[in-house]
Design a protein around this ligand. Structure first.
Ligand code: SAH
Length: 354
């Protein structure tokens, strides 16, 4: 693999500087960004309006691709999971989720994850390294090739492997490219970053880029959250929620999406459901309930349908906006918490819908 830096992680402003260094006028950067991100062209030679000289210089100086698709599988429900290989051989997963009226891409921010949440397969594989900004945005470029005809990516969620706020500079650079009018030109409300909450970093993220915020809550007491999300011991619920209440930046923004993975016998009691609305008071909140998807690394599992309905019903009755999230792609281990780079053979039998 060549040692040339990948051009994709470079912000549009920095790209202008780089191209100025190659003797090209600054507006050339907008053209290059249009090819790379707008049209998804990775071959500098095919960027026909750049001029031969500049095309050759770009070819010399940069690699266009940070990732290549190593394998991909499609679920019976249309969800596509791909394994992508970085230039150093590291592997990550991305998931395309076609739905009526929108297509969401779920992208990874780290190779593995250091948080070790009790119900998550990525946590069980441990942590290898942070992804670079180029590797985060190239998931969008490469996964676009797997879209069914007539579809385009309408939403991007940073909800794949890894904890985005433990890789903040790369995540911010990637999110800026998603929003930049000369790059992916996505609307801020179409881009969501999900986090368990890292002290000081939610504020930094939202100061730097106006994305949607999703917070992985999963419990209403520190006792239970300590067990499910070990990082809660460093940043307990009271501190996390106080941060969210205090965010000036949130007042002008959309609600915080709280994720709640529902686990049989752990966090699915009526008392848990009733504690949620009071706990989140003062925060513009929406709750997404995700029945736990089973996987081989955890003895935990989802409650039965009657218990799920009862939980969601209690939350709704308390006045908190709540949505039950249907599991997508569980037959190919593409559902939330199932991204662990398992080969298809080993995955057989482990899949169970939530
Ligand atoms: N580290 C970040 C980004 C990953 S998003 C975060 O935790 O927010 C991961 C989301 O997947 C979590 O919110 C959780 O709701 C969900 N998840 C993880 N494991 C799951 C499982 N086994 N079943 C259902 N949802 C799961």
């Amino acid at each position: 693999m060549s040692g040339r830096p990948c051009i994709k992680g470079i912000g549009v402003e920095a790209l202008r500087e780089q191209l100025a260094g190659l003797g090209a006028p600054r507006w050339r950067a907008d053209q290059v960004a249009g090819w790379l991100y707008g049209r998804g062209v990775d071959d500098f030679g095919a960027m026909t309006d750049l001029g031969r000289e500049l095309r050759a210089r770009l070819e010399e100086g940069f690699a266009a691709r940070a990732l290549e698709i190593a394998s991909a599988r499609t679920s019976v429900d249309g969800t596509v999971k791909a394994v992508l290989r970085a230039r150093d051989g590291a592997l990550v997963e991305s998931v395309l989720i076609p739905e009526p009226g929108r297509t969401t891409l779920c992208i990874s921010t780290q190779v593995g994850c250091p948080l070790a949440c009790a119900f998550c397969a990525t946590g069980a594989m441990g942590f290898a390294r942070n992804l670079r900004a180029a590797e985060i945005v190239d998931q969008v470029c490469q996964m676009r090739r797997l879209l069914p005809p007539g579809r385009r990516i309408t939403n991007v969620v940073f909800m794949g492997m890894g904890e985005p706020l433990l890789n903040l500079p790369a995540v911010v650079a990637a999110a800026r490219l998603l929003l930049h009018p000369k790059a992916f030109a996505m609307a801020p409300r179409r881009v969501t970053v999900s986090t368990v909450g890292i002290r000081g970093r939610i504020e930094r993220l939202l100061r730097e880029v106006p994305v949607n915020l999703a917070v992985s809550l999963h419990a209403t007491t520190d006792e239970v959250r300590d067990l499910l999300v070990p990082h809660n011991r460093s940043y307990p619920l009271g501190d996390l929620l106080e941060t969210l209440r205090g965010l000036e930046v949130l007042r002008r923004r959309r609600p915080v999406f709280f994720e709640y993975t529902l686990i049989a016998g752990v966090n699915d009691a009526v008392e848990d459901a009733r504690r949620l609305a009071p706990l989140l008071r003062g925060i513009p909140a929406k709750l997404n309930v995700i029945p736990m998807n089973r996987h081989a690394d955890s003895p935990l599992g989802p409650p039965d349908d009657a218990r799920i309905d009862r939980f969601v019903g209690e939350v709704a009755a308390s006045g908190l906006a709540v949505t039950l999230r249907r599991s997508r792609g569980p037959d190919i281990d593409a559902a939330c918490g199932q991204l662990a780079l398992r080969p298809p053979a080993a995955a057989a039998g482990a899949a169970a819908g939530g």
